[in-house]
Design a protein around this ligand. Structure first.
Ligand code: EPZ
Length: 423
């Protein structure tokens, strides 16, 4: 198993280009199941464990893929199976994204129930509601979702989501594009991941209006085509690197980004005392070495993203004063708190709210990753902790960050990846 060994105290400074977005790649890869005609060439796909897992799922279904230089080539011409097995779905809940496309193309999908997650329940009721609205019959049996179409086709419908859900909006879109007739989606998620998925589906020949808004309208088509597509940047990786520079009193320029997608995050860094400069496709953060306590409330886009909450908490351990961190998306997403406190932080939790008392001097020790973004927060804390911090179970980090230690090392960090055995 791998761990990251970090010797704190080095400034994170320099220039780097952001990788492609993980959370955009996954629905786009799922959408290749919508047509067996032609070959997809998907560029700027990050080299991550979750991407590998998704391609393994596609292979299980019968698709062919090859990955080189961040370009993923996909042909789903020979897909025969409609079953996403437990072994894969358990590793990556985003496997649920195959539900809509398989149902739309084959009229049948069997997807294992995703099971729990490190930071609380993550239901899929809204995914199933959307499929039923489009005419599917859903049976839950022996741990599987079994979705069928009594009359063989999905039919356009009005889907009104009671809460904003990225995944459920994505599945609804990928089903509706092949449904007979018109589908309208109200309270659709407006995250960049969904906006990009809409652009991808439109490139494939889908007719979608309202892209980027909460009201989407889809005119179902008979068939779609394979395309070449360029993925967008990973806004969470970029925010994580900004936090690494901010906490170490450094300065960083990230190229290949769209600062507009990070307005809420950049505003908070500015409120925390950092200088922010942006161009059309780059952003620069300069930390003056003093961080100001700054409250955040994680909510759906365009608010501060829940996927940056843990990283922000690490930064606030060094802030002058106390800061309140509320997560309105995942109320229990605080597994990073006990580990940050083991590094010397002073963080109290009450319900879905954390109170970070700063500044607290951190001292390196061994800490355990519990989930993707929690492990990112431990790395950020380790960059400023005195002495050596060892972050175990780095496989969590590898799910969502492409060569993170290589990137941080290139920016001045004293960090290395080492093997270890767990008792
Ligand atoms: C996506 O998960 C992301 N994953 C998550 O990022 C991210 O935290 C989340 O969106 C919120 O932004 C991917 O894109 C692969 P949701 P998703 O459906 O789609 C509730 C990371 O770190 N809900 O928008 O599963 C749900 O419990 C990962 O990269 C239902 O109640 O999130 C949550 O409270 C972690 N019923 C809220 O909606 C449903 O059927 C938002 O979840 C679905 C969701």
């Amino acid at each position: 198993m791998d761990k990251l060994v970090i010797r704190g105290g080095r400034r994170i400074s320099g220039t780097i280009t952001a990788s492609g977005s993980k959370n955009t790649s996954l629905p786009i890869i799922a959408a290749t199941l919508l047509t067996g005609k032609g070959t997809f060439f998907l560029h700027r796909i990050p080299d991550l464990k979750d991407i590998l897992t998704f391609t393994q799922l596609l292979h299980h279904l019968g698709a062919e893929t090859s990955f080189s230089g961040n370009t993923l080539k996909v042909s789903t011409h020979d897909v025969k199976s409609i079953q996403a097995p437990y072994e894969v779905v358990k590793k990556m809940r985003a496997s649920i994204y195959v539900l809509g496309p398989l149902l739309a193309r084959f009229g049948h999908a069997r997807v294992s129930l995703p099971g729990g997650c490190a930071f609380g329940p993550r239901p899929i009721d809204l995914h199933l509601m959307a499929m039923e609205k489009l005419g599917a019959t859903i049976a839950i049996e022996t741990g599987f979702i079994d979705a069928t179409l009594p009359d063989g086709k999905l039919r356009g419908a009005h889907i009104d989501f009671p809460i904003s859900s990225v995944g459920a909006t994505g599945n609804a879109l990928m089903a509706a594009v092949l449904a007979v007739g018109t589908t309208t989606i109200s309270n659709a998620a407006v995250e960049p991941e969904i906006e990009t998925l809409c652009r991808f589906l439109i490139a494939m020949g889908a007719i979608i209006t309202g892209t980027g808004t909460t009201e989407l309208q889809i005119e179902g088509k008979e068939a779609l085509n394979a395309v070449e597509f360029h993925n967008v940047f990973d806004r969470i990786e970029a925010g994580t690197l900004l936090a690494a520079a901010a906490i170490t009193g450094g300065d960083i320029t990230i190229n290949g980004v769209e600062p507009e997608q990070m307005r809420a995050v950049l505003k908070k860094f500015s409120q925390a005392g950092c200088t922010i400069e942006t161009t059309a496709n780059s952003m620069t953060l300069k930390s003056q070495g003093k961080i100001l306590a700054t409250d955040i409330t994680a909510k759906p886009y365009p608010s501060f993203p829940t996927d940056m909450q843990a990283q922000w908490m690490a930064l606030m351990t060094q802030a002058e004063g106390s800061s309140h961190i509320i997560d309105k998306v995942y109320h229990e997403r605080f597994n990073h708190v006990p580990e940050l406190n083991r590094l010397g932080a002073h963080i109290d939790i009450r319900k879905n709210q954390a109170l970070v008392h700063g500044p607290q001097k951190l001292s390196g020790t061994t800490v355990m990753s519990t989930d993707l973004r929690a492990s990112a927060s431990l790395v950020i804390a380790g960059l400023v902790a005195e002495g050596t911090t060892e972050v175990l179970r780095v496989y969590h980090l590898d799910r969502g960050y492409e060569k993170i230690e290589t990137k941080l090392k290139s920016l001045g960090a004293d960090i290395s990846r080492e093997k270890y055995n767990e008792f």
